[in-house]
Write a protein that binds this ligand. Structure first.
Ligand code: FES
Length: 120
């Protein structure tokens, strides 16, 4: 399938996940500064649309009684159904990153248009 155009850079807002159709796939595009990320728009738990979730961070490991610290704020999509989190940079879940994940896709920008590299 190669590169698939998913829209103009202006249609993607910082910190706001955007659902798009690329070929036969539903993806969610996330803009973080000058970079764009694309992951499959289906939660690895029960398939909710991640594009309707919110960007958040992860909680750093801590001991009982310690103050929880939010890290990598904005790098994770929180599922709107049960709160599982997916790293927008890799598609990996925060809980079991090697086992629970969604597919991620390379994204590029050319002449004001955003493209996702789809597998053939
Ligand atoms: S469907 Fe996403 S956490 Fe359950």
């Amino acid at each position: 399938m190669g590169k698939v155009e998913v829209g103009a850079v202006e249609q993607f807002e910082e910190g706001k996940p955007c659902g798009v159709r690329a070929g036969d796939r539903d993806l969610v595009i996330v803009k973080r500064g000058e970079k764009y990320f694309a992951v499959r728009d289906a939660c690895p738990h029960q398939g909710a649309k991640l594009s309707t979730g919110q960007l958040t961070g992860d909680v750093a490991p801590c001991r009982p009684g310690e103050q929880a610290e939010l890290i990598r704020d904005g790098d994770f999509l929180a599922c709107p159904w049960h709160g599982w989190k997916v790293d927008v940079r890799s598609g990996c879940s925060n809980i079991e990153p090697e086992r629970v994940r969604v597919r991620s896709y390379p994204v590029s920008v050319d002449d004001g248009r955003v493209y996702v590299e789809m597998e053939n």
